[in-house]
Design a protein around this ligand. Sequence first.
Ligand SMILES: *Cc1c(COP(=O)(O)O)cnc(C)c1O
Length: 354
Amino acid sequence: MQRVYNFAAGPSALPLPVLEQVQKELLNWNGMGASVLEISHRSRQFTSVVEETIAMIKSLYQISDDYEVLFIQGGGHTQFAMVPLNLCAGQCGAYALNGVWSRKAFKEAQKIAQAKEATSVELRVPRQDEIDVSGASYFYYCSNETVNGIQYHYTPDVGIDMVCDMSSEFMSRPIDVNRYGLIFAGAQKNFGPAGVSIVIVRKDLLDKASSTVPSMLDYKTYAGSLSMYNTPPTFAIYVAHLVAKWLIDEGGVAEMERRSIIKSNLLYDIIDSSNGFYFNQVEKQSRSRMNVVFNLENKALEERFIQEAEAENLRYLKGHRILGGMRASIYNAVSIEAVEKLAEFMKKFATRYA
Ligand SMILES: *Cc1c(COP(=O)(O)O)cnc(C)c1O
């Protein structure tokens, strides 16, 4: 069986060695004579997986003991609610709006508290001097807008706690966690299967939630229990554990950044040198290295582009339903070779139909 070149936006490609290990040890995990799917989350073997995953995340991002690493279900959308539920005692956050996910998070926060708009821009990230956080308890932004293909290439400096949705760029480059109050990421983009989100939160923020916040929506509940107040998504955490190991073996986040620069440049170079056959409307300094969004000048050719790409095993390139066009998601598990194949195809296609 041949595996396809997978450019899906999420759930998305996982490293092949990880999938192979899952397959190999599925029936008899860790010598237990049972699958990891079938054992207690409170077993010593499984609690070790949780502890090791936390330790690996801490080592990959060099996270100090001032922070907790939590595993929570409900995806990015649940974080859109948990952030204001936990951090809006009195004042609430100011949100930078520049794409689908930051806008959705803002809307959700407004249902819960008096969230404000810090800035609103299109097709780019805001500049530092466009961000207004006056009267806010935290500044919220989405570092990589997965649908729009827009990414921050600087860390804002706003003088108050920052909360960042890093779902689609988690572990793709080095970051300074100390600059943040809270970071969250759904695993299914760049760190594992759907079903678990990783939350990195500074410990002093854990006490801000009021006592009326339901236990399952209170970060404290997870921090005090190794994220096992109730049954955690054990299989998703187990796969994330293998992904973290793979990341360390491959050279960590600096190496992932090096590769993602190579991969994204391969595609943007073709788009930019195609004389408008392909185009990308995002401001150049704000282009995403994870989700390369593009259109064809001749819209009628887009369907053909998808079909011919599929015939070459280049899959899931259709853009998000609200934007149309094309999107190549080139997360950590997408090899340079896969992106070279896509680049080659794009060149050939442009020559044929220009
Ligand atoms: C996919 C995504 C989300 C939504 O995640 P769910 O797990 O589907 O709730 C939120 N933010 C970003 C940046 C995403 O890419």
